[in-house]
Ligand binder design. Structure first.
Ligand SMILES: [Zn+2]
Ligand SMILES: [Zn+2]
Length: 828
């Protein structure tokens, strides 16, 4: 590794990190911990049963350095060398050269592989060669943009004048930035709301735009990603009007088929560089399943799964509109727990590793959960050695930069040994080279999992990573199917720019910026003509010989992150204080009158939900019950896009209308889960036109498979729950993005049917993905149910934390029979 210092690339920013160099690492009080294999042996020996289901050894990798590209000017090399970067790694040099030669490129490599050098090099070389050229950099978070700004500014290149331009930028500085900065760092929201509508003021900058950098581009997925795709097309259109055709350079976490995803995002042909040539320490990766609780330790079940109670006549629906998990720590508080909670298990592991002097980071999905893990670990450590608990802290998003830097410093220097964090750390915070990483619950995608695990391992040292399974079907499946983690490529990022609910408002924005021409329709892709025609019919656009004109004075109001309606404000009645907001889609579930609403650990009860004014009035109260909204869902098929006719089984993809209404809520004792009562609600219905995947089975095939007619609803309902739980294995969604409905006889299909639909108007690409991978998806679903150790169904297999029917009826054995029939007939 001549000519390359050991750690200079171990930052996600590709900028040198003096504080991580081996000289300073050797002086930290933490010191090298025990070998990961020994550490793991001690951790798993604590209980009676071995919780480890699999150990994977991820070997160390030596870095492959490359010479500086010949086109990189000496001044730039000197600046990088001055920051400790002696030479690029192979993948950095390759991507940089492609971009410098004018190709759109995406570099998709692991955490800490130094992706930023891949775009800094061509972008800055161009700025130095052409004193008029400009660069636009987009990041999904302000923290990441701030880190990048510091990295570029530290190179002290004359005439570049890097500046960030976001909602916090003072008005007084904005004009200076537009006129003088040649490296502007911003985010897609600011591009959409500020820069593109103000393109006249930006014309000088856009006219000279040489590069557009899109960092962490895998975060642009689903509906948000589809919006961003069109914001980028609007940017390209404005640049083209001024005669500029910038090169796009994208950086992505490791993801499946990054070239296709980047191509969908930008609308351009993109070349991918995926061979990671940075060095990496070896990692011992353990899959950990918390032990079963003694049979009487869990709370009593709220329902008797598989009970012989009469089947409700209506279909059983699972509304996704609670697009945020219920308030609290993310563990299901309303389902019977059969295993020790992942939070408790993670807290114990954190205490144990810290007691061993091992620098450990625990990833927990929610902020509350991170605080619970840190508090429990601190308590356990203080019980063992008073004062030791001080070396564990919780971390969440929203900290000031100084606070983040202080935590990073304390952890790097060993003052702090354990940190429990939300995935806020995934983006924009420099924290690598830990001895152990604990991942509490599968983070939803393999890409995220690898990104979190990638925090472990100082150069040349072995590290430990542990995935602690939560009590849900996907986690349970994964810890018993290590090949689904270690043998599978990471997921492709799913987005659908053709979604008419995204396309039409984006075309309206584009028209407001400058009249649309027929040539623009090709730029916006499939469905653009139809969307324009509809906008004309609706009176939003006027067609003239020269194009389509926006008819209103005000610009269209479009929220890139829009989620089913305007957000509802939560207001404390006694003080008028705004506690927070809940997206419109979730408000009926979380803020109905009588709902217990948790906010930052404080309990409130809702007095009134005013849907017209978009506000809910609450007061503080801590009742000993929780509330659980129930809804009824209706679904009708609008059109079929594609289908597979497989004998007694049919598999379909198409548009559906989903109508749902929250009709009642249950009050349940927190301590026992006992249902106190069910109270009616009077809330309006809501409608969603979206995309669904569904399968049908003939009643005869079910009878032949041994499913009694009375058990069909429970069988389909259980299969539907598990299928929703396993879909994130195939698509970059989580179960809160999707809904389902199952019924023994659907009027449109005239057969027993299970529907799974995107919870976003117009669809987000998830159902489409499910349809495309149906056999693999339903095979994994079937195996997850069959392999669960419970008897009649539990949260690890067929129960759902968001069931609109209180998890009733459910039949676990019959769900397996249903899926066997489907799989036996469906072509692979
Ligand atoms: Zn189970
Ligand atoms: Zn359900």
């Amino acid at each position: 590794m001549q000519g390359v210092t050991s750690n200079d690339f171990s930052s996600a920013c590709g900028t040198p990190r003096h504080d991580l160099e081996s000289s300073s690492a050797a002086t930290v009080s933490a010191g090298p911990g025990p070998a990961p294999v020994d550490l793991l042996r001690r951790l798993r020996a604590r209980g009676a049963a071995d919780p480890v289901t699999h150990v994977e050894r991820v070997p160390a990798r030596a870095g492959v350095p490359a010479p500086w590209p010949s086109w990189a000017p000496a001044q730039l090399r000197t600046a990088f060398t001055g920051r400790g970067v002696v030479a690029p790694w192979q993948h950095q040099a390759e991507a940089a050269t492609l971009a410098y030669e004018g190709q759109h490129v995406v570099v998709a490599t692991g955490t800490a592989s130094g992706k930023s050098l891949a775009y800094q090099l061509p972008a800055l070389a161009t700025l130095l060669a052409d004193p008029r050229a400009t660069v636009l950099y987009l990041a999904p978070t302000k923290a990441l943009a701030a880190d990048q700004l510091r990295a570029v500014a530290a190179l002290e290149l004359e005439g570049v004048r890097p500046a960030s331009y976001d909602g916090d930028t003072p008005r007084t500085e904005r004009e200076w930035i537009r006129r003088h900065s040649r490296f502007v760092l911003t985010n897609p929201d600011m591009l959409h709301h500020g820069i593109l509508p103000g393109h006249a003021q930006w014309s000088g900058f856009l006219r000279r735009l040489a590069y557009v950098v899109i960092d962490e581009c895998h975060t642009y997925r689903g509906v948000f990603g589809s919006h961003v795709a069109h914001v980028l097309r609007r940017l390209r259109r404005q640049c083209a009007r001024f005669g500029a055709t910038p090169v796009f350079v994208l950086a992505s976490a490791t993801s499946g088929d990054p070239a296709t995803a980047a191509g969908r995002l930008t609308g351009l042909p993109v070349t991918a560089v995926t061979e990671d040539a940075s060095p990496r320490g070896g990692v011992t990766f353990a899959l950990w399943e918390p032990p079963l609780l003694p049979p009487d330790a869990g709370s009593s079940p709220p329902v008797q799964p598989g009970s012989s109670s009469p089947v409700p006549p209506q279909a059983t629906g699972d509304d996704p509109s609670r697009s945020v998990p219920p308030q609290g720590n993310g563990d299901h508080d309303d389902l019977r727990q059969v295993r020790r909670s992942a939070l408790r298990e993670t807290a114990d592991l954190l205490a144990d590793t810290v007691a061993e002097g091992v620098r450990t980071l625990a990833f927990v999905r929610s902020r509350k959960g991170a605080e619970v893990v840190a508090a429990n670990a601190r308590r356990a450590l203080d019980d063992a050695v008073p004062g030791l608990g001080d070396r564990v802290a919780a971390y969440r998003g929203g900290y000031l930069r100084e606070e983040r830097r202080e935590l990073e410093r304390a952890l790097l220097h060993g003052d702090l040994l354990g940190l429990a964090s939300t995935n806020a750390l995934e983006l924009g915070v420099d924290l690598v080279g830990l001895d152990a990483v604990l991942i509490c619950g599968y983070p939803g995608t393999r890409a995220s999992l690898w990104q979190q695990a990638g925090r472990a391992g100082r150069s040349g040292q072995e590290a430990l990573a542990v995935l602690v399974a939560r009590d849900d079907p996907l986690d349970t499946y994964l810890v018993h199917h290590p090949e689904a983690i270690f043998g599978a490529p990471v997921e492709a990022t799913v987005l659908d720019p053709a979604n008419p609910y995204v396309l039409a408002p984006q075309l309206a924005c584009a028209a407001a910026e400058a009249p649309l021409t027929p040539a623009d329709l090709a730029l916006f892709g499939d469905g653009a003509k139809e969307a324009v025609d509809e906008l004309v019919a609706a009176g939003a656009l006027r067609q003239r010989p020269t194009g389509w004109y926006w008819r209103h004075r005000e610009r269209p109001e479009v929220d890139l992150r829009g989620e089913g309606g305007a957000p509802v404000a939560v207001v404390e009645s006694s003080t008028g204080r705004l506690l927070g907001t809940v997206d419109g889609g979730s408000s009926h579930f979380l803020l109905h009158p009588g709902a217990v609403y948790l906010h930052q650990g404080v309990s409130y009860v809702v007095d009134q939900l005013d849907l017209v004014d978009g506000c809910a009035l609450v007061h503080t109260e801590e009742p000993d019950w929780s509330t659980h909204a129930r809804d009824v869902t209706d679904l009708s098929v609008v059109s079929v896009r594609s289908y597979v006719d497989a004998g007694p089984v049919g598999m379909f993809l198409g548009e559906v209308d989903v109508t749902s209404q929250v009709v009642s809520y249950q009050r349940r004792r927190i301590a026992t889960g006992e249902v106190i009562d069910t109270r009616p609600l009077d809330l309006p219905t809501r409608e969603l036109r979206t995309v669904a995947v569904w399968f049908t089975l003939s009643p005869q095939s079910l009878t032949l498979a041994g499913v009694q007619p009375a058990d069909v609803p429970g069988a389909l309902h259980a299969a539907e729950h598990a299928a929703i739980g396993l879909l994130p294995l195939m698509a970059t969604c989580d179960r809160w993005d999707i809904g389902g409905l199952s019924t023994a006889l659907h009027p449109d299909t005239e057969a027993p049917t299970v529907f799974v639909y995107d919870g976003h108007p117009g669809g987000a690409g998830f159902a489409e993905r499910a349809y495309g991978t149906a056999a693999a998806w339903l095979r994994a679903t079937r195996d997850a149910i069959a392999e669960c150790g419970c008897e009649t169904g539990c949260p690890s297999c067929v129960q759902s934390p968001k069931c609109g029917n209180g998890n009733n009826p459910l039949s676990k054995p019959d769900a397996i029979r249903v899926l066997d029939v489907v799989l036996a007939n469906l072509p692979r």
